[in-house]
Design a protein around this ligand. Structure first.
Ligand code: E4P
Length: 217
């Protein structure tokens, strides 16, 4: 499973990138706001840092305006994936932008039917939002599994980009289901390293080592 980082903060991306943990980046208007940066400038910096796809989201709601914004965002770098919302207009924009050979990430997907439409419109990625479904007591992971089944049934090449990931457990569950990509905040990716028994075992080894009176260096 590929790891994308869900942030527009350069330092967070750089730290994970040094460890080879970054296969791509996703941003959205809320994350641009949080970064305090200009969208065109920060997206360019991210594209210079990361080799994989960098999603940059349109903000228009009409297809023709989304297409114009998408073309402008795609000029930033070759690794831009234009992010469009899963609306009827967004699907129209997806069809046109994909037809021009651009990567398109269809975002704000909350149902299997929406994912089916995204695949038919030629999306490179579809982004089902796990956490926001969980927030309203709908099983977000089940949606990832349903989309996996549908895409396998018909051989769709659209990649499932599991999004709105809130916990390290979401990451391993997505990998078990077979999501192509999971995008998560840097803190969630780092939290994947944590285990209470690792902490306990390390404390024991450190205490016992001190009793030996030895040194390695
Ligand atoms: C995905 O591309 C979105 O940017 C993101 O995963 C949304 O996550 P949130 O629901 O935590 O805002």
């Amino acid at each position: 499973m590929k790891f994308f980082v869900d942030t527009a903060v350069i330092s967070e991306i750089a730290e994970l990138n040094e460890l080879g943990m970054v296969d791509g980046v996703t941003t959205n208007p809320s994350l641009i706001l949080k970064s305090g940066r200009n969208i065109l400038e920060v997206t360019k910096e991210i594209c210079d840092l990361v080799d994989g796809p960098v999603s940059a989201e349109v903000v228009a709601t009409k297809a023709e305006d989304m297409i114009a914004e998408g073309r402008k965002l795609a000029e930033i770098a070759d690794n831009i994936a234009v992010k469009v919302p899963l609306t009827w207009d967004g699907l129209k924009a997806c069809k046109v932008l994909s037809g021009e050979g651009r990567m398109v990430n269809v975002t704000l997907c909350f149902s299997a039917n929406q994912a089916l439409l995204a695949a038919k419109a030629g999306a490179t990625f579809v982004s089902p939002f796990i956490g926001r479904l969980d927030d309203i007591n709908i099983d977000g992971l089940q949606l990832i599994a349903d989309i996996r089944t549908i895409y396998v049934n018909y051989g769709y090449e659209t990649q499932i980009l599991a999004a709105s990931i809130r916990t390290a457990n979401h990451m391993s569950e997505c990998a078990k289901i077979g999501a192509d990509v999971a995008t998560a905040p840097a803190a969630v990716i780092k939290a994947m390293a944590n285990h209470v028994l690792t902490d306990k075992g390390l404390a024991q080894f450190t205490a016992d080592w001190a009793k030996t009176g030895q040194k390695i260096l």
